[in-house]
Design a protein around this ligand. Structure first.
Ligand SMILES: *Cc1c(COP(=O)(O)O)cnc(C)c1O
Length: 356
């Protein structure tokens, strides 16, 4: 604390990211990173951009990330004016709060969801209503009937992993025609259907995506928003009042290459999905209740073992999972899907903790 702090800094409760342990070989199942590396084409593209001398780094990158946005627009069948690129989707979401969600009515998001949303709301002075998930940790679209406020939902939701169908998203858009509806699709490639195909029909729809999860590029910080050109223009106006060059040269080159290797992308997703489904059965066999997941993580609780105690026992074995000390979910663990070997090590450790 300091008398030099601004009033808002005094009042902030910052987001706490999952631990990045300083160990040689931790089993890191706590931040939903992809356990597989990005496509070799991504590595080649970064080397090419860097060259032998790093000469290109002397110059600023393209402030509009045009080549990257063109690649992604073509991938989704969109026009470049419908694509915004930012330094990770966290930054994109921050701009969304400032550019599109700050109105008179409180915005609405679930009570159990990505814990960065309330942090942005506080930072930007955006009032919100947290709408309770149902008893199965599902989102009931009926709870989001038009009340004039904007809607922000991850699909699949985090940290539950549950997905809404495209029909449910469309119903949400139908019942909220006069408010922005933002769908955060950080995990969509692991088992949900993207709402990108609805963009031409709904001028109030904004879809946010990231290269951090399914495309194995959390370390590059590349995120997107897709929507009507007017929504994208709002984000661009905020970006150009904040940081003209959010994406560096290497990130732009890597992002383009990530979309050029669809085979790698689909194989990586398939491996994660297969491991997720196997791990679900193995956790259930140990007595865990597991929420059905369409994401690259599982949300599970054991009726007879305290979640924070399990997490601490795993940590002693250098296995890291995420435990949120929050209402309704303080007995749950969020377990990211690792490689097959990492998931086996997890099950072995859990068996020792639970069966003894
Ligand atoms: C991981 C995650 C993000 C942020 O991703 P970055 O692009 O790495 O900033 C956004 N939303 C949700 C729901 C996430 O889980």
């Amino acid at each position: 604390m300091s008398r030099f702090w601004s009033d808002i800094v005094h009042r902030l409760t910052p987001y706490v990211p999952g631990e990045q342990p300083a160990l040689a070989h931790p089993i890191k199942l706590n931040t939903n990173e992809n356990p597989y590396p990005p496509s070799p084409r991504v590595v080649e593209a970064i080397r090419r951009e860097l060259g032998d001398t790093g000469e290109t780094l002397r110059k600023y990158p393209d402030p509009t990330a045009r080549a990257l946005r063109e690649t992604v627009a073509a991938h989704h069948g969109l026009r470049i004016e419908q694509v915004f690129a930012g330094n990770g989707s966290d930054e994109v979401l921050a701009h969304v709060f400032q550019a599109l969600l700050k109105h008179d009515k409180p915005i609405r998001f679930p009570d159990i969801t990505y814990s960065f949303y309330p942090v942005y709301a506080q930072l930007y002075g955006v009032a919100f209503d947290a709408i309770p998930l149902n008893a199965e940790f599902g989102i009931d679209i009926d709870d989001y009937r038009a009340d004039g406020g904007a809607v922000l939902l991850p699909n699949p939701n985090a940290p539950t992993g549950r997905a809404l169908s495209l029909a449910e998203i469309e119903a949400l858009l139908e019942t909220n025609p006069d408010s922005p509806v933002v769908i955060d699709e950080a995990y969509v490639d692991f088992g949900a259907e993207s709402a990108v195909k609805l963009i031409d029909q709904y001028p109030n729809l904004l879809v946010v995506q990231t290269l951090s999860k399914a495309r194995s590029l959390a370390g590059m910080r590349v995120g997107f928003a897709f929507g009507d050109a007017a929504l994208i223009e709002a984000l661009t106006r905020v970006k150009d009042s904040f940081n003209s060059y959010p994406l560096d040269r290497l990130a732009q080159a890597a992002g383009i290459a990530a979309y050029e290797d669809d085979v790698w992308f689909r194989e990586t997703c398939a491996k994660v999905i297969a491991c997720r489904d196997r791990l679900t059965g193995e956790l259930q066999a140990l007595g865990f209740e597991v929420v059905p997941s369409a994401a690259n993580f599982l949300f599970a609780r054991h009726p007879a073992h305290d979640a924070s105690t399990i997490a601490a026992s795993l940590k002693e074995r250098e296995i890291f999972v995420r435990h949120f000390k929050l209402p309704r979910i303080d007995q749950h663990l969020r377990i990211s899907i690792g490689t097959d070997a990492e998931c086996e090590a997890l099950i072995g450790a859990l068996r020792a903790v639970i069966v003894g």
